[in-house]
Design a binder for this molecule. Sequence first.
Ligand SMILES: [Zn+2]
Length: 121
Amino acid sequence: MGIKYSNKINKIRTFALMLIFAGIIIMYLGLFFQTSAILMTLFMLLGFLSIIASTVIYFWIGMLSSKTIQVLCPGCGKYTKMLGRVDACMHCSEPLTLDKSLEGKEFDEKYNHKNENKLKG
Ligand SMILES: [Zn+2]
């Protein structure tokens, strides 16, 4: 116990949000380099790129969300969106799985990357 699993969509959303803040901070830092046009432009460009990247991630998440499966969480009774074969509940971080063979096993992100070779051999 102790380790809290978080929902993948939530994780990516948090990352996108951080990227926006990082972009703003980088652009703000650029203001301290007003004496050097090159440095300031570089900071502004980097900040701008971070914000663009996060916009792209937000867009991508929107696309992903439409493709995810909605499941009723047994832990909190709320509907959550699952990404991949195993994911955590968005509301209570309860580990969930779509694969019956994985039920009852310890939650592991590795189950999302099915090892084909291992199954054949
Ligand atoms: Zn839940």
